[in-house]
Design a protein around this ligand. Structure first.
Ligand SMILES: [Zn+2]
Length: 377
């Protein structure tokens, strides 16, 4: 991974490379970032830069032996610690067993969210954490291993999943770090880390990527700069994986489902609620969340149209006609009630509630929205 693979953030890259060039690399760094953003990629690019044999113009060369190994995530001096779910087999070394999957994850979706990783690794409903044994073994390994590059680097992704014991074990080594060793902790919830850990680290804040950054990243990835891509990015609220999912999913399907669902709610058709809840259940968690986001966005836009402020939205003619129609039923309190039901449902799905149940409840809630008296003439 090169810095050039990450769009924008020039001042952050500049700060990092200047520190390296002047021999002032902090031995522990906290990459404070957002879910679905570029924090992990920034740490990977920095790790590659630190050990590159010929860095120039503020980036690693990408072609030396060290860079080639870094870019395949097999550099002997770059180590990874990441959350894993407890295996059903007692005493198995999950971290080692899942390292190949994690390398694939880094290769394909280094911007992926925690739930993307859980899907890749097949954790199902087991919650992945970084357990204390993995921390202790990692630390031991770090102290023993000889190194061939300039730095030994330990990346720790999602340190917020550490429990107290693991965090304390980590704290110990940060207090007495081995020479030429750099710890990079990449956290989407940096404020949930132990304050004593935070105080040991230099903070590198990676803000939510803006629209242009994601557009530029996805344009390179998909080789196109289409209207569809722009819509996907606009809907994704700064989350790269979300935008990709929207790109890859057929938006037409969401629209069809959304309309069917609305119709069922409008007719108070509870038997249809049951069937739809079954269909939504089949989607899987991530698509359910994306679909709910889609529903919220459509509802919000329709509401804006119903209140006569449609011109503030830059939508194309076809969508405009569509939203004007929807706006006839999605206005005032009904739209507000629907949005709050959808939002609540997203929250429960995110926390692994039974999709069948929450979608059914949501349908009932939305149906009741249509019983509310009209507030608009
Ligand atoms: Zn290089």
């Amino acid at each position: 991974m090169k810095f050039a693979d990450i769009p924008g953030y020039e001042s952050i890259k500049d700060k990092l490379t200047k520190a390296a060039d002047s021999g002032q690399v902090a031995h522990a760094q906290l990459f404070a970032c957002t879910e679905g953003g570029f924090g992990l990629m920034m740490a990977l690019a920095y790790a590659q830069y630190l050990n590159c044999e010929n860095p120039s113009d503020g980036d690693s060369c990408g072609t030396c032996f060290s860079c080639i190994k870094s870019s395949k995530f097999v550099h002997p001096d770059i180590h990874y610690l990441f959350p894993v779910a407890k295996s059903k087999k007692a005493d198995s070394d999950e971290l080692a067993a899942l390292t190949p999957s994690f390398r694939n994850f880094l290769n394909d979706t280094p911007f992926g969210s925690g739930s993307d990783w859980a899907d890749t690794a097949g954790f199902e409903n087991r919650t992945p954490i970084i357990n204390v044994r993995a921390v202790r073994e990692t630390i031991q390994g770090l102290q023993l291993k000889a190194f061939e590059g300039k730095f030994k680097i330990q990346l720790i992704w999602q340190p917020e999943t550490l429990r107290a014991e693991g965090a304390n074990a980590l704290l110990k080594i940060l207090e007495e770090p081995p020479a030429k060793t750099v710890f990079m902790l990449i956290s989407r919830e940096p404020d949930n880390l132990l304050p004593t850990l935070i105080s040991r680290m230099q903070r590198v804040g990676i803000p939510l990527p803006v629209y242009e950054q994601i557009i530029s990243f996805l344009t390179a990835r998909f080789g196109e700069d289409s209207e569809r891509l722009k819509n996907a990015v606009a809907l994704s609220e700064g989350s790269v994986p979300e935008a990709i999912k929207l790109m890859e999913e057929k938006e037409d399907d969401y629209h069809r489902w959304y309309l069917e669902w609305l119709r069922a709610c409008f007719r108070q058709d509870t038997s249809r609620f049951l069937q739809l809840s079954e269909e939504f259940q089949e989607m899987g968690k991530e698509l359910q969340k994306t679909f709910l986001k889609y529903c919220m966005e459509k509802t919000r836009k329709a509401f804006i149209f119903s209140s006569g402020a449609g011109e503030i939205l830059h939508v194309q003619e076809a969508e405009k006609t569509d939203l004007e129609k929807l706006g006839k039923i999605l206005h005032g309190d009904a739209a507000e009630k629907m949005l709050s039901e959808l939002d609540k449902t997203w929250y429960h799905i995110d926390r692994n509630a039974s999709a069948r149940m929450v979608f059914f409840d949501c349908s009932m809630g939305m149906a009741s929205a249509f019983k509310l008296p009209k507030t608009l003439a």
